[in-house]
Design a protein around this ligand. Structure first.
Ligand code: 3PG
Length: 211
């Protein structure tokens, strides 16, 4: 089932990292300022989360300002959001959990889609629907690195993008795992205050991750 597109989705997961910025932009201005720095620092992707009423404005801004990057939509929890992601030209969509409805819809839309799993049962559901690449969420709360190692034995063909609680201290430990293609995190997304106060520090930090 959808073998070729699943291989493509697995491949995409390995090209949008090593760290996918998980962005809860305050507004378009915040998004613009971050996109500028992301482009300058070679950040290959951004996941704009749908956690604010104005999030779609930020999505449009990112698609406009980062034409060579993969702009994805995060926190997708219903079908309308998934359709809107496709209509706007998003490169991928991500959900915190998994539902058959959204997996089937993403497959019919031909939109790279990474539902979230936190248990072996959810992973079995994802796999049974043809998926070979998923988000692991909330990574630290759901068992972190030892959980991913445990899941690797029964599910050797599954690739993960862990997010939730990952930061500068542990992201490299996650990336060292054979079944982790990239990690996601909000720590690489500067706040408006940080952008105003210390852009040079932010650029140095981004270059360390993406340089
Ligand atoms: C997500 O949606 O993937 C997480 O909320 C990101 O988690 P973080 O803020 O702990 O990086």
């Amino acid at each position: 089932m959808h073998d070729q597109s699943q291989e493509q989705n697995k491949h995409l997961l390995s090209t949008i990292g090593p760290v996918v910025p998980v962005a809860d932009f305050i507004d378009e201005g915040h998004a613009s300022a971050c996109c500028e720095l992301f482009t300058q620092c070679g950040v290959p992707s951004v996941e704009v989360t749908l956690r604010r009423p104005n999030a779609w404005d930020s999505v449009r801004k990112c698609i406009e300002l980062m034409p060579n990057a993969h702009v994805g939509i995060g926190t997708v929890i219903d079908a309308d959001q998934l359709r809107q992601a496709k209509d706007l030209g998003a490169a991928f969509a991500i959900s915190p959990g998994i539902s058959e409805e959204l997996v089937l819809l993403a497959q019919s839309l031909d939109l790279p889609y990474y539902p979230g799993v936190a248990t072996a049962s959810e992973l079995m559901l994802a796999r049974s629907m043809g998926l070979r690449a998923v988000k692991f969420f909330p990574a630290e709360a759901a068992g972190g690195i030892s959980m991913l190692k445990s899941l690797g034995s029964p599910f050797p063909d599954m690739a993960f993008c862990p997010t939730g609680g990952i930061g500068v201290k542990n992201y490299q430990d996650y990336l060292a795992l054979g079944n982790v293609s990239c990690v996601g995190g909000s720590w690489v997304v500067p706040s408006q205050a940080a952008l105003a106060e210390s852009p040079d520090t932010i650029i140095a930090g981004l270059k360390q991750v993406y340089g």
